[in-house]
Ligand binder design. Structure first.
Ligand code: ATP
Length: 245
């Protein structure tokens, strides 16, 4: 799926040598230190950054043929929460992407958006402005946007950051639901416990790909050390972030 992928900002190569064949329905944890290129790789897969080298395919199809079916949930900091839209408006954006911007969504689309909010515990709150929700609820609104897009591929950039136990459970359940439905999920995270609990595969990154493969074989102390250098300590096979300066 990802072959020889490299991505640059101007002359600065941010990510290179990414080679990963990701089976449909996998849940892939994207792991690496700050600035290792996780967000950059997700944005390139989402189609918002060009590749410097390589190719991304989804099965037999080039990724561009899939564009309406790739759902992307950005990092919280990348969203302007003061933008004048309601929760329902945000969720409907997923529907526009699915339909293509030139088709006006109908009653069924609105019902799907309301159902997604309801399923994530936000039923009846669609009319509220997005700034009126807590951080965890805002994350759920974006998850609802991804759901209504009926995606084949879901990209989540640090979905668990600053999210409480209840919201985490909602995300876990939805990630599992995507995977059960054959939808592939990639998420960037700093939380190694989440990786152990949630993923089928891991992709370790430190500007170049360090390793990719099924979690049991690949989420190893050796690979974590290779990705994080001195920032991760491994105690009795359990990796722990140290965040050394
Ligand atoms: N818009 C941009 N223009 C130029 N360089 C950028 C841009 N965005 C990111 N970079 C650089 O690309 C590299 C990878 O950044 P990226 O945000 O992808 O890392 P990350 O692994 O997601 O980091 P974090 O864990 O801190 O979110 C960094 O060196 C960063 O400074």
């Amino acid at each position: 799926m990802l072959s020889g992928v490299a991505i640059a900002y101007g002359h600065n190569l941010a990510v290179c040598d990414v080679e990963a064949s990701i089976p449909p329905g996998s849940v892939v944890g994207l792991i690496g230190p700050n600035g290792s290129g996780k967000s950059t790789l997700l944005k390139a897969i989402a189609g918002s950054l060009p590749l410097r080298e390589g190719e991304i395919r989804f099965g037999e199809r080039p990724l561009r043929e899939l564009s309406g079916r790739v759902a992307y949930v950005p990092q919280r900091e990348e969203v302007n929460w003061e933008f004048p839209v309601t929760a329902l408006d945000v969720v409907m954006m997923g529907r526009y992407r699915r339909l293509g911007w030139l088709r006006w969504p109908g009653r069924a689309d609105r019902a799907a958006a309301e159902a997604a909010l309801e399923a994530l515990g936000l039923g009846g709150l669609g009319h509220r402005h997005i700034s009126q929700f807590s951080g965890g609820q805002q994350q759920r609104i974006f998850l609802a946007r991804a759901m209504v897009q009926e995606p084949e591929l879901v990209l989540l950039d640090e979905p668990f950051t600053g999210v409480d136990v209840q919201n985490r459970a909602v995300f876990h359940e939805q990630i599992r639901a995507f995977a059960r439905g054959g939808v592939t999920v990639l998420f960037a995270t700093h939380d190694l416990d989440e990786v152990r609990a949630t993923t089928t595969h891991v992709l370790l990154l430190n500007r170049r790909m360090v390793a990719f493969g099924p979690t049991p074989e690949t989420f190893t102390p050796q690979n974590l050390r290779a990705a994080f250098g001195g920032q991760v300590a491994v105690f009795e096979q359990v990796p722990v972030f140290e965040r050394l300066p």
